[in-house]
Design a protein around this ligand. Sequence first.
Ligand code: ZN
Ligand code: ZN
Length: 887
Amino acid sequence: MSEIPKAYEPAEVEHKWYTFWMEGGYFTPKIDRKKKPFVIIMPPPNVTGELHLGHALTAALEDIMIRWHRMKGEPALWLPGVDHAGIATQVIVEQRLAKEGLDRHKLGRDKFVERVWEWVNKSRKSITYQHQRLGASCDWSRERFTLDDGPSRAVRTAFVRLYDKDLIYRGERIINWCPRCQTALSDLEVQHKDVTGNLYYFRYPLADGDGYVTVATTRPETYLGDTAVAVNPDDERFKALVGKKVVLPVIGRGIPIIADSAVDTSFGTGAVKITPAHDPVDFEISERHNLPIINILNPDGTMNEQAGPYAGLDRFVCRQRVVDDFEKAGLLEKIETHHHSVGHCGRCQTMIEPEVSKQWFVKVAPLAEKAIKAVTDGRITIVPERFTKVYLNWMENIRDWCISRQLWWGHRIPVWYCPKCDEMTVSIDKPSTCSHCDATGVVQDPDMLDTWFSSALWPHSTLGWPEETEDLKYFYPTSVMETGYDILFFWVARMIMMGLEDTGAIPFDTVYLHGLIRDEKGEKMSKMKGNVLNPNDAIDEYGTDALRFAVTTGTSPGNDINLGPHRLEAGRNFANKMWNAARFIFQSLESKPLEIGALSNLTGRQLKPLEDRWILSRLNRLVLSVEDSMSGFQFGEAERQVHDFFWGEFCDWYIEIAKIRLGKADSSPLAVLAYTLDMTLRLLHPFMPFITEELWQGLKQRLPEANLDSPSIIIARYPEGNEKLVDAEAETVMETVIEVIRSIRNARAEHKVAAGKWIEARVYTDRLQPAIAEKSDAIETLARARPLAVLSRTERQAKEEKALVLVLKEAEVVLPWAGMVDVAAEKNRLEGEIGNLGNQIDRLEQRLKDKAFVSKAPAAVVDKEREKLQSFKDKLLRLKQELSQLS
Ligand SMILES: [Zn+2]
Ligand SMILES: [Zn+2]
C-alpha cells in the first residue's frame, strides 16, 4: 500500500492517470448494436495556435458528458479533430512572412502552402498536448483533420451533389471584398463597426445644360462607377427629370436618370447615385434596368483603369481627390457629419469593399427550410431554449452563401475549366478530360472553399461519409453538439442544413450552447487589455481539476462566466478538501481493515447510528438530484450540489462525528465512510477526473478485494439513486442535532467564549428527544458543551436561572450565563454596544428628517438609509433583551 502524501500534487497525478487511461484503451468505445451510443463530435479548434480558455470550457463540458455516459455503461464516443481554418491560418502565416520581408505572392503558391503546413504541424502537436493536459477523454484513434483524405473527399462529394441539384451556382453578385486578404468573405465574416464619417452632396450637371441633380454619398470615389441616378417614381420633386441624362464631372461620362421604387425618398436629397458594382441595392436596381456594371477597384483596393485620371490611386487618396475636384468645379454642395455602420474584415480589420464579383454560392433557402423544420418539429433541441428563436429568425432571413475564397490554403473548388470549349467539369476526382468536349488540359478553379463549408460537414464527414462505414451507421446521428453561442450561425446552422442534405438525417439531437468566459469584472478577455488567462498557466498553478471546476461549476448553458483567481482558488481548495478527507479515511482503514462485503451490505434503514442513516439518505437524495440536473444539461448545478454535499455534510458533519465514534469500541463508521467516499468520487469523476481517480485507486487498495470491481473509476458505474433509501425521519433528527451544535457554536463566538472552555447546555425538545439524546456525545464534543442534558420540554422549569435561550425549529437550547461568560464584563460590553448603537440611530434619524437630504439624494440612497435605521433598531432591541436576561 502506497503512502498517501500530505498534500495533493496535481502535476504528477494528472500525467500518471492520463497515460493509464490511454494505455487501457478506455477512450475508444466498442460498437455494441444492443446499446444506443452517446456521441459528441468535438468542435475542431483552429490550427492557428494555442488553446484558450474557451477551448478549456468546451473540453471540460464535453468531457463531463462523455465521462458521465461512459460510466452509465453506454458506448461513448468523443471524436477529436482540428480545423485547417482557411483564412485565419493564412492570415497568421502571412503575418509571419511579413516579418521576414516576404509575402505569399513572392513565395508562390506551392512554397506558401509548404510554409503553412510547417506551421500547422507544429500547432497541431500543441493542441493535442493541451487537450490531453485538460483530461479530455476523447478517442484519439479516430482523430480527424479537415484536410485529411476522408473529410476532403466528403467536401468534394457534397459540392458535386449540390451542384448537380442546382443548389450550388457560380454567378456575379455583390460580395464583401477584403483588399488586404484579397478574398471574398461571407456576410458572417464581416464585422460591422459604427463610425462617424461624412455625407458628401455632389451636383451632377444635367446633360441638356439646364441645372443639376444633387446626390449624397459616403463613398465619393464610387461616383467613378456610377451608371445611373435613381429617384422614387412617386417622388413629385423629380418627376420631370426621369428620362433625362446627367454628366459625371471630371470624367465626362453621361448616365440616365431612372425611376425605381427601391429608392428611399428620405435619404440625402431623394435622388441617389447608382453604383451597381459596389453596392448590393444598386446591383439589384441595375439588374431591373439593365444598367452597365463598372468595377472601379483593383483587388488590392487601388483604383483601376475605369477610374480614368484617378487610376492607380489608393481608394482613400482617391476619395479626397474626388472631393477636391468637385469643390474646385463648384459642384460640392455641402458635407454633413454622418454616423453609419461600416463592414470590416473579421480577420484583419481592414475596411471591406462591397464589390461585384464572380463567385460560387450555395442556394441556401431550400436547405434552410428543412433545417428550420428539424428544430420546430422538435427533432433537434437547442439548450438553452431562448436561442431557438435566434436560430429561427436568422434561418428565415438567410441569404445565399458565398463559398469561394481567393485563398491558397484549404479545400480547392472541385471545378475544372476547359481551354477549348470554356465549359466547366464539376467532379469529385480530378478529370483528365473535359466532360463536354473531351479536350485535355482542363484547369482547376484557383479558388478555395470557405473554411466553414468543410466544418458544416463535420459530424458526418468525420464518421466516414460518403462511405457507408460502420462508424457512420452506428454513431450517426450524434447526440450533442456542444459549442459557443457565438458560432450558432457560422457553424451549427450550417451543420444542420448540410447534415440533412447529405445524409437525410439530423446531425445531432441536441445543441448545447455555452457562454463566453470573461474576466473577474465581467469584461471580455483580450490581449490588448492584458486580462487573458492562459489555460496552461492556470493548470501549472492550480491543477487541471481546479481549472475544470472553476470554468464549469455553478454555471448554466448560454450564460457568460466571469473567471478570476478566486474561482480557481475555490477549485484548488475543493481538491485539497477531498484529499484531506480521503487521507483521513485511508488512515482509518489501514488501522482497522473492513470485512469483505462491508460496502454491499449497506442498505440504509436498519443501520443503527442515526448519522449513518442520515448521510446515506442525503447521499441518495444527492444522487437523484444530480441525475436530474445532468439530464437537464445543468452540469454546473450538479457539480455545485456534489461540492456542497461533500464539503458541507460529509466533511463538516459526518466525518467529524465519525472521528468520535472511531475512538470507541461500538459500531464502526468505516464502511459508511468508505461507501460515501466511493460514491462521491464517482459522482465527481466527470468533473474532476484526475483527483477522483487517484483517490479512488487509493480507496480500492485499502478495501478487501472485489469491493470496487473495476480497474478504473473511468468505467466504474455512475451512482444510481434509490428513493427508498431517502429517510426523512433521520434527516429531521440529524438536522436538529446539527442546528443545536451550530447554534451553540455561534453563541460561543458571539459572546467571545474561549475556544477550549466547556460550557453547560440544556436542549429541550418533544418527540425527537430520545433520538437527539442518543447523539449527546456528538453535541458534547462538537459544541464543547458539558454538562449537557437533552430533555423533554415538559421538564423545563417555569423559572430558570439567568441564561441565553436559543430558539430553534425543533428545539430550544438553554445556555446558563454563569457557566459561559463573566456576567459583569458581559453586561459592560452590552451596555457599551447599546450606547454606540443609540448614537448611530440618532444620527440616522436626524439625517432622514433633513428635507434637503431626502429630496435631493437618489431614492435608492434614501431607501438604503431607512433600511439601515430599521436594522439598527432591531439590533438595539435584541441587545436590550440580552441585557435584561443578564440582570
Ligand atoms: Zn482581411
Ligand atoms: Zn471542353
